[in-house]
Write a protein that binds this ligand. Structure first.
Ligand code: PLP
Length: 389
């Protein structure tokens, strides 16, 4: 008898990132990797020191299972540094191994029959995790003429995944746009799940520091953040989810707390000490330097694309650029052309949903050296295209 979860059959396409990794393995010679959005700079020294010190501490006294919700010291510093003005308390911040697992596990808080709004294109985990959990997935296409920014629909869903600043588009919702979502969620008694993993890259003044900076945010939104992209923790694993007690479904906070107690045994002490070190003056300085390097890559790519009159989005408040492929070609055709002729590995937009067809995504997570090489390859690409036209 087959008792497996039949919802897996609903997954339409293979997950894009392993496909790209396979593609990379099959290519011979040097490739400039603008594909999978992983970090390319080494860990900040002060963060590494804190992790080493904490590990040493473990040779002096036994440090076993930590609190499943995260150590108090980390929950407090996050609150103090990021949420103090917005009335969020340490008990509302749950430390996790990163946003990915929380994105999926949060679905356990909701009825299996509930509806989830997922945008197209979007980070694939929202759709796939919702389908596997048996939820009803409602897809809302993002439109090029609206800058690929999600707008509240004229109907209700129980949940909405909102990625801002976004992957793959690389654009962030402004305060006024988020306010529209808050109003919509209040009207429809919905919950917004804000994937805010790229928050450290925000520099536009009209993008708020958190959904909780906006009136009503604490009644309708769960916000998830991570040390992955802003502090280079993709290989260390640490993130956090804020579940306010004031949500209009007030049980969500205590139910999440219960779920975490059942399912998780906490993140390791050294890693949480490393995360804490990101908030020291030296930690902030070192991690900001890395963010600035990635942001500078975004500016360089934008400049070249602009000069060559390309249509593109992103690259300011998030480390991704969403580039419209030349007319008459598919995402995969342009991907292959860039890889074969220019040695540039990108990600076809169609890997983020059918609505991404006709685009490719460039990752700005580059060292200064790779950014220069990528810019040269892009310039050569446009020179050749001009010669051939
Ligand atoms: N959310 C988005 C939108 C992402 O792009 C990524 C990673 O690329 C993640 C979440 C994963 O974050 P974490 O490393 O904290 O699991």
């Amino acid at each position: 008898m087959d008792n497996s979860n039949l919802h897996f059959q609903k997954l339409q396409t293979a997950y894009i990132f392993p496909i790209i990794e396979k593609k990379l393995e099959s290519v011979q010679g040097k490739v400039i990797n603008l594909g999978v959005g992983d970090i390319s700079l080494p860990l900040a020294p002060s963060v590494a020191d804190a992790i080493c010190q904490a590990t040493q501490e473990m040779t002096q006294r036994p440090i076993g299972y930590g609190p499943s919700h995260g150590y108090r010291f980390l929950r407090e510093v996050i609150c103090h540094e990021e949420y103090a003005p917005f009335g969020i308390e340490p008990e509302e911040v749950f430390i996790s191994e990163g946003v990915n697992s929380d994105v999926a596990d949060l679905l356990q808080l909701f009825d299996s029959a509930c509806s989830v709004l997922v945008h197209d294109p979007s980070y694939p985990v929202y759709r796939d995790a919702s389908l596997i959990a048996g939820k009803e997935v409602i897809t809302l296409p993002l439109k090029e003429e609206e800058g690929f920014l999600p707008k509240p629909p004229p109907f209700r869903t129980d949940l909405v995944y909102l990625c801002t600043p976004s992957n793959p588009i690389g654009e962030a919702l402004k305060g006024s746009e988020l306010e529209e979502w808050i109003d919509w969620a209040k009207t429809h008694r919905s919950i917004l799940i804000i994937d805010n993993v790229y928050q450290p890259f925000v520099s536009s003044p009209d993008v708020p520091p958190s959904i909780y900076a906006l009136k009503g945010g604490r009644e309708v939104a769960i916000e998830m953040r991570s040390f992955s992209k802003g502090a280079g923790f993709t290989g260390l694993r640490c993130g956090y989810t804020v579940i306010p007690k004031s949500l209009h479904i007030s049980k969500l906070h205590s139910n999440w707390s219960r779920l975490i107690n059942i399912q998780r045994n906490g993140i390791s002490y050294p890693i949480q000490k490393g995360a804490e070190a990101c908030f020291t003056p030296i930690g902030k300085k070192e991690t900001q330097k890395q963010i600035d390097i990635y942001k500078n890559t975004g500016s360089l790519f934008r400049e070249i694309l602009k000069k060559n009159r390309q249509t593109f989005f992103g690259g300011i408040d998030a480390p991704y650029i969403w580039w419209k492929v030349p007319q008459g070609r598919s995402s995969w055709e342009f991907f292959d052309q860039l890889l074969e002729r220019s040695r540039l590995l990108t990600i076809p937009g169609s890997g983020f949903g059918p609505g991404g067809e006709g685009y490719i995504r460039l990752s700005c997570f580059q060292t200064q050296q790779t950014a220069i090489e990528a810019c040269n390859a892009l310039r050569d690409h446009f020179d050749t295209a001009q010669l051939l036209s």
